[in-house]
Design a protein around this ligand. Sequence first.
Ligand code: HSE
Length: 303
Amino acid sequence: MKVKVRVPATTANLGPGFDVFGAALSLYNEFEVEYVPEAKKTHFTLKGFGKKSLPKGEKNLFWQSMQKVFKVLGEDKYNLKNLNIIINTGIPLSGGLGSSASAIVGGIVLANALCGNKLDKTQVADLAVKIEGHPDNVIPAIYGGICICSKDGNHGAVVQLPIPKLKIVLCVPAFELRTKRSRQILPKCVDFQDLVFNTSRVALLTAAFCCSDFSLLKMGMQDKAHQPYRGKMIPAMDEVLEAALSAGAYGACLSGSGPTLAAFCSAKYAVNVQKSMIKRWKRDSVRANAYVLNFDGKGAAVI
Ligand code: HSE
């Protein structure tokens, strides 16, 4: 028996929607598992961005997430020896594109498929949020599109917004920033005026997508909750975001916990935005790659 799952990259927060907003993008990791009952040796193959850096075996997040499903379902047939695992990482690992979320979602969806899809989508989502700790990467990776995710104890509410006809330019610098570090530097308390600022921006952000009024995205992607703190670890972050806006983007923000930056624009301006962001970062000696992507409307899928 062989199962293959494809999981999209995600961009979380969309500026002010810290731990709440997330969107699935047309860049993918693929996970393939073959059940070989008589096999006696581990076959764990890594391809793509994670080829040299991701752990093989017990420490691999994809495998650990599969195991969580086996545990929940009381399934003890599968182990690292009788599963031939191939992971192809098309999502860069440097940070801000939901690569860990993709491994978690890939592991849960694939193990669930091996076990006859006994978990429904809500149970898959609840388990993924429990493993990841916050919902804004795993939920869009499961559902696709632009999602508003609210946690309520062990469960969550998910609202999918209309998918706009916009391109997403992702500018990925050649340095890494771990989410753990990027969360540690955030303040314990939020200033009341900053709370009002962010609440108003989240309202504009929601309105921009619901009303297809993308002129609202410039203000709607502004943030005072996390970007100013994270910007201290990302050279010229504000200048690169400004360069994207000057080159024609409707809105621009830090992608998740960074260091990747995201800009949202019409197809007409995508290449211009891409070039401007790379050029501006180069002035501060930061090498970067940029991708022009679409929203993914489907989420994780068995293929
Ligand atoms: N909302 C999360 C953060 C996304 O900003 O820390 C990163 O996984």
